[in-house]
Ligand binder design. Structure first.
Ligand code: SAH
Length: 268
């Protein structure tokens, strides 16, 4: 079940585009439908949407939530759809000091914060793999950061007008694009105490979510480039659940649409 697309006579392996939840894909599948039509294959209880969007041949799907779901989906993208790279888009909790709701974080390094096989292996190290941190592909991460910066520069005023009521900070301060460490675990982090523990262990962490480092591990093991972009929906504290829910419903899609459109148009 392999998709290859003809471009200039050469077969092009598609890009895998992944999110956990449908709101995190923005208008991507509708844009694919309008541009090339969509072929949908159902496999392992997930729908994989094949087509071309913003000029890039893609397989677009939803992982659902958590590290196992993300790893299984990344593996299927690699083995059943022969993707050349995987890009994950979604929301996350901000844990870095200067990371605010409405900012964007591009993962340059990913780590599973709930992996702990001490004292047999150092904390966070993946047993028998000899490492805790997985790097995103530098060129892909750079392209995602450029797309996010252009999105903020070109649509920041519209974002402030549209969402400044719900998010007063957006009305006065432009969203920032951060790059660095993103941490993943099978927990929705929703207390200042939990954030304090994560910061003490991992002072360079910018954002916490539930999928990115699982995808990065699978991609590392198979030699497939990957990158992760996250919009900050909450700050992983006691307000996280309400902030996450309203951000996901109202705002997440606008960010994903704006960032992916620019990223995919630049992707070659
Ligand atoms: N019941 C919710 C579950 C979402 S869990 C629903 O389906 O609507 C939160 C999702 O957003 C995960 O995919 C995770 O990657 C990301 N996320 C956002 N804020 C987070 C936080 N504070 N802690 C962990 N993950 C977070």
């Amino acid at each position: 079940m392999t998709l290859s697309t003809q471009a200039g006579g050469a077969a092009v392996r598609p890009l895998g585009v992944l999110a956990a939840l449908p709101q995190e894909l923005g208008d991507l599948i509708a844009a694919m439908q309008a541009e090339s039509g969509v072929v949908t294959r159902t496999f392992g209880r997930r729908d994989y949407h094949l087509g071309t969007v913003h000029g890039a041949p893609c397989v677009v799907t939803l992982a659902r939530v958590g590290k196992v779901a993300a790893a299984a989906t990344a593996s299927a993208l690699i083995h059943a759809f022969d993707v050349q790279a995987i890009v994950f888009t979604g929301v996350a909790g901000g844990v870095g000091e200067n990371v605010h709701v409405g900012d964007v974080v591009v993962g340059e390094t990913l780590l599973q914060h709930d992996m702990n096989c001490e004292p047999i292996f150092p904390r966070h190290e993946i047993p028998l793999l000899g490492r805790a941190r997985f790097d995103a592909d530098r060129a892909l991460a750079q392209a995602l950061a450029t797309a996010a910066e252009r999105f903020v520069a070109e649509e920041g005023a519209a974002l402030a007008a549209q969402f400044g009521g719900a998010l007063p900070r957006l009305a006065s301060v432009a969203p920032r694009v951060h790059r660095g460490l993103v941490i993943s675990g099978d927990q929705f982090v929703a207390s200042a105490a939990a954030v304090g523990v994560l910061r003490a262990l991992l002072p360079d962490a910018l954002a916490v979510e539930m999928e990115g480092a699982a995808i990065a591990q699978v991609c590392y093991e198979y030699g497939v480039p990957c990158a992760i972009v996250r919009t900050i929906s909450d700050t992983a504290d006691e307000h996280a659940s309400a902030s996450f829910s309203s951000f996901l419903t109202d705002i997440a899609g606008t960010y994903s649409t704006g960032i992916l459109k620019r990223f995919l148009a630049s992707y070659r």
